[in-house]
Structure formats: C-alpha cells, structure tokens
Ligand binder design. Structure first.
Ligand code: 13P
Length: 253
C-alpha cells in the first residue's frame, strides 16, 4: 500500500521564533485531527531542524525532513550538511533535486544520484523532485523531459532502493505562481511516471510508489488534485507557512 504524504517545504523562510510558532500550531492541530493517518513531513531550513524536532516529539504521523543534503559523506566541504548529520538530528526525510536547487545551484541529474545514494545509505527517505519548465510544457515534450530526469538520476538504483523513494512532480511553471496544474494534467503526468517506473522495476514497485504533486497547492485545490488515482499527496511551499492552510491541505484526503 502506498503512503499518502503531505510535506511542507518552508524554503528559505521563517526566523527562529516564527518557525517555533508555526510548528507548535501544526503539532497542536494535528495531534487531534490527523484521523486519516496521512504522513506529514515538515522540511524546514537546516538551522530549524533540532528545535522543530523537539516540538514534533512523538506526535503521530508527523516527521522531520530536510530540504537538501550533501552528495558527500563527510570531510572538508565547507557549508555542506551530510545525510548522517540529518539523521542524528532526527530527520527521516530529505528533499532532493528541487527545481530551485537545479536552477540556482546548478545541481545536475548525476549530482542528484549521489545525493540520493547518500540519503538511502543513511536511512533517509528521499523526496525526489522532478518537473518541467514552461517552454517544455508548451512544446508538448514534458513527459519525455521528466522521464529523462528520473531515468538519469534514479534508474541505476536497485528495486529495493527505489521502493524507499518518494517522487514529487513539481511543474516549474506552477511553483509559487498561483497557477496550478489542473487535476487532469497532474493525473496524466503521475500516471505516465508510474508507468515509467513499472517499465523498469515492474508493476508492483510502481504501484507502491508515492507520487506527490507540488506547485501552488492550497486548501482550495488540494481536495480535487488529491482525488486523482495517481496523486498520493503534495509537496507544499507557500501554503506550508500558514498552519491552518497546511493542516487543511492534510485534511483534504
Ligand atoms: P508553492 O506551493 O509555493 O507553489 O511551492 C511548491 C514547491 O516548490 C514545494 O516544494
């Protein structure tokens, strides 16, 4: 059975006190209201990991994730944070290959393979992001583009390793723009990606893969998007910074 997951990506937002307040509010609501047993993940910036983990405590179905990890295991890499460090601070998930990292920090498909390997070797669940820019969508080649991202980064992993990965499809033209993909567009891409994994790893592995949608997801559209057969939840940016909105999205299932 594949998991239903709603993950919040705070990106580079919130100072210490704001992060504490947001987490406390989410914990307070979710401890009573996550009756559908949705897996909820908070992905704050590195500096928030430890205090956020303390607030999460043993809240059921609420987990800590990071927005990034190094492709190296340890050593003289100033400014980097390793997967092993994240685990030692209580993280269980890590976002890998977000389009903002691909674009602004020039992360290649090959580098993302190394990061995914670090995550898996240290027992972190990678939330592996993929998605096409607007010109590719307009040219109609989006399916091939996103499949190539996945093939190049992930298809060297074993069946056992891939079974631990979560995929997030985030069309770049829908991120932070208020312009969401229609539920039909999301379903079409998610089904195509699931088939892509089935062609390499078999139907059983593909059927158990959680594929999240990301891109201007909000309390007004989440229910419709999550109702689609191949959409297993969301990776939420802007709306994850407001506790009520974020929890409303969790409750959209
Ligand atoms: P928004 O929800 O702000 O569009 O961001 C989506 C995203 O990039 C999540 O990783």
């Amino acid at each position: 059975m594949r998991k239903k997951i709603v993950a919040g990506n705070w990106k580079m937002n919130l100072n210490f006190e704001d992060g504490q307040k947001l987490t406390s509010e989410i914990v307070n609501i979710l401890k009573d209201e996550n009756d559908k047993k949705v897996t909820v993940v908070l992905n704050p910036p590195f500096v928030h990991l430890y205090p956020v983990k303390k607030l999460i405590g043993d809240t059921p179905n609420l987990f800590l994730g990071s927005q990034n990890c190094s492709d190296k295991s340890s050593g003289a890499y100033t400014g980097e944070v390793s997967a092993a460090m994240l685990v030692s601070f209580g993280a269980e998930y890590v976002i890998i290959g977000h389009s903002e990292r691909r674009e602004y920090f020039k992360e290649s498909n090959q580098l993302l393979t190394a990061k995914t390997r670090q995550a898996l070797e240290n027992g972190l669940i990678p939330i592996f992001c993929c998605g096409e820019p607007l010109d590719i969508r307009e040219a109609g080649t989006h399916e091939a583009y996103v499949k190539a991202q996945l093939t190049e980064s992930l298809f060297g992993f074993t069946e056992e390793e891939i079974s631990k990965v979560v995929i997030a499809y985030e069309p770049i033209w829908a991120i932070g723009t208020g312009k969401t993909a229609s539920s039909e567009q999301a379903q079409e891409m998610h089904a195509a990606l699931r088939n892509h994994f089935a062609s390499k790893y078999g139907q059983n592995v593909a059927d158990n893969l959680s594929i999240l949608y990301g891109g201007s997801c909000n309390p007004g559209n989440a229910k419709e998007i999550f109702s689609k057969a191949d959409v297993d939840g969301g990776l939420i940016g802007g709306a994850s910074l407001k506790s009520r909105d974020f929890v409303e999205i969790v409750k959209s299932f």
